[in-house]
Design a protein around this ligand. Structure first.
Ligand code: ZN
Length: 151
């Protein structure tokens, strides 16, 4: 495993639409492992492949004891809404409130190409939405209602 450099806002790679993964091979596994190490090192709740300069529909989410590897993820169901602060490893030291669904269900593939669904509430739902937005070139700043000081 290796740490990857997290690209920051202003890099055009963060504004591109990512491509679907079609091959669930060693290269994908290395990417996921490197992203996990990078996320732990950065102490974040999630990381999307474009944040390490890779334009593939791959993201990881780590909230409390929940850890998900999401390949080609799609939100298939949402319930409720919640306005809460969030931040982004690509937008350091900036936090703002964003309206997200309170609960989401995501359909995705694991690293071996097996389809699964995962549901999350609150922060986990927020992380799913935030990371999947990255795959379409959307940053949380695009959706901020109000900037705030605290995380
Ligand atoms: Zn982010």
């Amino acid at each position: 495993m290796a740490l990857r450099n997290i690209v920051k806002e202003g890099d055009p790679v963060l504004r591109k639409t990512c491509r679907e993964v079609t091959e669930f091979n060693e290269r994908l596994h290395v990417l996921l492992d490197d992203m996990a190490e990078t996320l732990i090192h950065a102490n974040g709740a999630g990381l999307a492949a474009p944040q390490v300069g890779v334009l593939k529909r791959v993201a990881i989410v780590s909230v409390d004891d929940d850890y998900f590897e999401l390949v080609n993820p799609v939100i298939i169901k949402t319930e409720g809404e919640e306005i809460s602060p969030e931040g982004c490893l690509s937008v350091p030291d900036i936090y703002g409130t964003v309206n997200r669904p309170y609960k989401v269900t995501v359909k995705a593939f694991d690293r071996f190409g097996k389809e699964f669904t995962a549901s999350g509430k609150g922060l986990l739902a927020r992380a799913f939405c935030h990371e999947i937005d990255h795959l379409d070139g959307i940053l949380f700043k695009d959706k901020v209602i109000e900037y705030c000081d605290i995380k």
